[in-house]
Design a protein around this ligand. Structure first.
Ligand SMILES: [Zn+2]
Length: 338
């Protein structure tokens, strides 16, 4: 078995359900396809950096899959010299082939063992992806200087006032890595949303279980395969190439970043629950104080301060689940940076 034309994405989509493991070599190292959509690449030179790059956790988010595939292609072809340990993941090939976000249940809600509470095609995949990450980081040095990174790349269903943004994992001590934020600023990421609690996303899993700097990175809108303008990701791609080659992170001033705190989680508390927003409202749309943002027979949510904004609105879900987040901009100077 080989990766024909160094096209890992094509191989993955042609074998969406399963693949027998096989090994491969490339000019700067060795690798193994562990399962469909799971490729581990080890550099010849020893490295203190272990990077997980994942995309397509939602099957219709094609742009990031194409971006990652280009990087893999260049490594396998010898155009990019790999200088770090790298785990590449195409998250959900079955859904990708069906051009759908997910088949039975949202894969990016199933990590940290949450898959145990669900049924469907995504359950087994979540368990398998956790295992791949566990194995990958277990093989990394236990040396405390070893750096673990995980960038889980997505595109959003709806538009956003900040086209590219990052969801920062919840950190108990409220210390934030200046180096990671500077990397996002240099990669033309516009905003950072600081999570207010643990979640069951893929990136949070790598953060909480393996201590990785791990982020959900939203890169713009969903388009079908072949219709993505990868130049939109040019700055990120350039900086990922530098990371993979040299093990170093590009940095620029944090002043370009908008930082948001979660103020409130909107919870659908009744079947009558409604959000008073347009269907196609963009993420980070702001409202004025007193605006009745959400209401049901049981409750009404009024905006607390002009400028507070909504992120991830969605009412097409069961009672008891999150219908959106209300967020508030804070100054980067207010953050405790390490
Ligand atoms: Zn997504």
């Amino acid at each position: 078995m080989t990766i024909l034309n160094h096209d890992f994405l094509a191989l993955t989509l042609a074998n969406p359900n399963a693949m027998a493991p096989f090994q491969l070599t490339f000019p700067s190292g060795t690798g193994v396809v562990e399962e469909t959509g799971i490729l581990r690449l080890e550099p010849t030179q020893t490295s203190r950096v272990s990077v997980v790059l994942s995309a397509g956790i939602h099957g219709n988010e094609t742009g990031p899959m194409e971006l990652i595939n280009q990087l893999v292609r260049d490594i396998l072809a010898g155009k990019l010299t790999l200088g770090v340990r790298l785990l590449v993941i195409i998250g959900h090939p079955v859904a990708a082939n069906a051009a759908t976000r997910f088949c039975d249940v949202n894969l990016n809600r199933l990590f940290s063992g949450a898959w145990r509470n669900y049924a469907g095609i995504e359950v087994q995949r979540a368990e398998r992806l956790e295992m791949a990450v566990n194995d990958f980081y277990a093989l990394s040095s236990t040396d405390s200087e070893h750096i673990r990174l995980h960038y889980d790349l997505h595109t959003a269903i709806r538009g956003s006032m900040h086209e590219k943004f990052v969801v920062h994992p919840f950190v108990e001590n409220a210390h934030y890595s200046k180096q990671q934020l500077a990397f996002f600023a240099a990669s033309e990421i516009e905003a950072v949303l600081l999570s207010h609690q643990p979640t069951t996303t893929f990136s949070y899993y790598s953060h909480s279980v393996h201590g990785a700097h791990a982020f959900t990175v939203e890169l713009g809108k969903v388009y079908p395969f072949g219709q993505n303008d990868l130049s939109c990701f040019a700055a990120l791609e350039k900086n990922l190439r530098q990371l993979l080659e040299k093990g170093s992170l590009a940095e620029s001033s944090l002043s370009s970043l908008c930082i948001f705190n979660v103020l409130d989680a909107l919870v659908k508390d009744d079947d009558s629950y409604e959000l008073n927003i347009d269907q196609d409202v963009k993420n980070f749309t702001q409202f004025t104080e007193g605006y009745p943002l959400a209401q049901s027979k049981k409750s009404v949510y009024r905006v607390k301060q002009t400028g507070d904004a909504i992120v991830f609105p969605n009412t097409n879900l069961p009672v008891g689940q999150r219908a959106g987040l209300v967020v508030r901009a804070i100054s980067v100077d207010a953050l405790s940076l390490i």
